[in-house]
Write a protein that binds this ligand. Structure first.
Ligand code: AMP
Length: 366
């Protein structure tokens, strides 16, 4: 159901979401607020997104009959994680608009394609080389130098499939520890800080970026984001410019996060992109005129983008594993907003929820 321009989806339309985790859940909640319904396609039943959605399909991403029925039941399709098979997105795109399109998945799923794409459009990254044998790894190490990090090309997240190679590290042992046949060796960046930018791009090509967030990881998993980041206005502007260059080149409709290293000499190197809402953008839910999930819904439904004005300084803290057990103490904090994802089992490393804490401008703790 579209408006008279044939662009914006009317309220009551159905957004199909591939993937059923917390990003789908928060998208579905934002979509409901704007009068849309969400239908979740997830191989597993009753996940965080399906709990708050109007419909659910449980089938494999290669189940053509289920995908066809899903396409018939929705007005637009998006995804909440980037490892949805590209063929699934392509198949659906023949029947219903898929936003962002399959190209953004292709680029984000493969770390070598991703880095080559970034370099091609003039966005610097860490030095890297693709390696498929121990011999190639040894050669790449002598070219790139140590320390370096060996990562799987595909399906790595939150540090999974990553091996540090220090001055004494043995290439053969590192290759085995990676646990995949294709790897990417990256020079280890002794960065000052990690930041990320969330950018939205609408159906009409309009773009808007949120303030960069300063991110701290713990065991490769995002622990906290703080905004404003402790960077100069020039670096902030450059970071947003990089994000906008990426979505323009991808012709992306939706949201994209770019994670960047700020080097000790004030340069920016892109680490990773994600063509979807991102954990490091959760702070926007409580600190901005339009949160990232509403912005995402606006973009994929062809609505005008919302203002990203920030009305508070903010920290976002992930609740990981058992940390969720005392999350209710957060409810007593007047400046805190608690978001829980409806997951039953607090396994180690599992993101169970997050807390946004709002501060007066200039009032962030060190
Ligand atoms: P990734 O899975 O690529 O997002 O990596 C997870 C985290 O590992 C990053 O957020 C960084 O903290 C760290 N990391 C990854 N690659 C590098 C690198 N080339 N140099 C330094 N730190 C890195």
């Amino acid at each position: 159901m579209t408006d008279s321009d044939g662009n914006g989806l009317l309220p009551g339309s159905v957004i199909g979401i591939l993937g059923g985790g917390q990003l789908g859940r928060m998208t579905a909640l934002a979509a409901a607020q704007l009068g849309y319904r969400c239908h979740i396609f997830d191989p597993q039943h009753g996940g965080p997104a399906a709990q708050v959605a109007a419909g659910e399909t449980n089938a494999g991403y290669d189940d053509i009959a289920a995908l066809n029925a899903f396409a018939d039941a929705v007005d637009v399709v998006t995804f909440e994680f980037e490892n949805v098979p590209v063929d699934t997105a392509r198949h659906l795109a023949r029947r219903v608009p898929v936003r962002p399109g399959p190209k953004s998945l292709e680029v984000a799923q493969d770390r070598i394609v991703e880095k080559a794409f970034l370099n091609e459009i003039g966005v610097p990254t860490a030095p890297y080389a693709g390696v498929e044998t121990v011999q190639e790894l040894t050669a790449a190490l002598s070219q790139i130098g140590r320390p370096a990090v060996l990562k799987t090309v595909r399906l790595g997240y939150d540090g999974k499939g990553q091996v540090m190679i220090g001055p004494e590290g043995d290439p053969a042992a590192a290759f085995t520890a990676m646990g995949a046949s294709r790897g990417i060796l990256e020079g280890w960046i002794d960065f000052e800080m990690e930041i990320s930018v969330i950018v939205a791009r609408g159906l009409d090509g309009a773009m808007i970026s949120y303030d960069p967030s300063e991110n701290r990881h713990d065991s490769h998993i995002l622990k906290t984001s703080r905004v404003p980041a402790r960077i100069t206005p020039a670096i902030a502007e450059e970071a947003c410019g990089i994000a906008e260059r990426i979505v323009t080149a991808l012709e992306l409709v939706g949201l994209l996060a770019v994670e960047l290293f700020v080097t000790r000499d004030g340069k920016l190197l892109a680490n990773e992109i994600a063509p979807r809402p991102h954990n490091s953008g959760h702070w926007t839910m409580d600190a901005c005129a339009t949160g990232q999930f509403e912005q995402f819904v606006r973009a994929i439904c062809g609505l005008p983008l919302g203002a990203v004005t920030r009305h508070a300084d903010v920290t976002m803290t992930n609740l990981i594993g058992d940390e969720v057990n005392d999350s209710y103490s957060v409810l007593a904090e007047p400046n805190a907003r608690l978001h829980l994802y409806g997951k039953n089992e607090p396994r180690p490393g599992r993101k169970m929820g997050h807390v946004n804490r709002l501060y007066q401008p200039g009032g962030l703790p060190r």
